[in-house]
Design a protein around this ligand. Sequence first.
Ligand SMILES: NC(=O)c1ccc[n+]([C@@H]2O[C@H](COP(=O)([O-])OP(=O)(O)OC[C@H]3O[C@@H](n4cnc5c(N)ncnc54)[C@H](O)[C@@H]3O)[C@@H](O)[C@H]2O)c1
Length: 251
Amino acid sequence: MVATHYAFAGRHAVVTGGAAGIGLAIAHRLAQGGASLTLWDRDERALLEAKTAFAGLSPTTIALDVSNAIEVDAGIEKTRKEGGEVDILVTSAGITGINAPVCDYPVEEWDRVMAINLRGVFLCCKAVVPHMQHKGYGRIVNVASIAGKEGNPNASAYSASKAGVIALTKSLGKELALSGVTVNCVTPAAVQTGMFAQMTQQHIDYMLSKIPMNRFGQADEIAALVAWLASDDCSFSTGAVFDASGGRATY
Ligand SMILES: NC(=O)c1ccc[n+]([C@@H]2O[C@H](COP(=O)([O-])OP(=O)(O)OC[C@H]3O[C@@H](n4cnc5c(N)ncnc54)[C@H](O)[C@@H]3O)[C@@H](O)[C@H]2O)c1
């Protein structure tokens, strides 16, 4: 089957967490549609590897921590200088944090998960939005999680951070509804990526047991949905939450 791709020629996309997993799959989808890319990730080695994997195109890569406001502000300036104005922002950088019940959850670990998963998305959106508003065009797609809708046991920080991303998406979508900038999020169920190394096997088994299709998602399946949300074709949806959970979410 030949995959169809949305047209991104002339569009410049920033993908956070773009060096690996779902973010990298999204970056490939956007590149296949003709987008120019800037990948933001804190893992310099993974960025270097990712950069070489794009046939006929060399994305700009910037090593930064999305939870650090100074680094994000410097990142957006460098991105605009080197790649031009940003048309598309996909926020995929994230971590799971440890698996533990709420009562045993270390406070520092809670703060770390919140800082990367929620504050990071806030900072990245805050950095690009004024430029998108000025241009009168933008597509923002935040990668949340089914955990943010359902609340997974032993993953309270992760679930709460992703619920926060969903609410942030709804707020920002409404704020920008008249601006030409759309803001949506996706809520995938478990996708087998490097992130699995951060979770217990028990937690991975729990997540699989909740998926009616009885399989994990593929990064490219999430990328296909994100590509539509990042495209011109997605013009009447904003502040919305899009499911990719093999049937787990029915709302
Ligand atoms: N894999 C899953 O099962 C799953 C399910 C639902 C949602 N998600 C979400 O999808 C997104 C991508 O996850 P993935 O599965 O591709 O994981 P991954 O670990 O393969 O990729 C995450 C990327 O984010 C980067 N990153 C982490 N912290 C960062 C920081 N502070 N600053 C910059 N970059 C940072 C990592 O270096 C890595 O390259 C995450 O937001 C995750 O919560 C994943």
